[in-house]
Design a protein around this ligand. Structure first.
Ligand SMILES: [Zn+2]
Length: 84
């Protein structure tokens, strides 16, 4: 199964970045404006989820929001204990 592609290149790259960092693509369901949802790989992190819009007014800005969210949690990346 291959993930569906977002029509906007900048957002597509942000989604690929998220997937590469252990995030998952979740079907958007019934919402017509929502392309999909992204959530981190840790089930307890209910706040690490965001909706990806199909046609955001400002794609660059939306892509930045995605990258910022992914930076909050990267399940694939094991952080050293002494990093904080
Ligand atoms: Zn998380």
């Amino acid at each position: 199964m291959s993930p569906k592609k977002h029509p906007n290149k900048v957002i597509r790259e942000a989604i690929e970045h998220a997937l590469a960092n252990g995030w998952h693509m979740v079907e958007a369901g019934s919402s017509a404006h929502c392309f999909c949802r992204l959530r981190c790989g840790i089930p307890e992190h209910s706040g690490h989820m965001m909706s990806i819009w199909s046609t955001p007014k400002n794609p660059e800005n939306h892509a930045r929001q995605i990258l910022r969210k992914v930076r909050q949690c990267r399940p694939m990346e094991l952080r050293p204990k002494d990093s904080e």
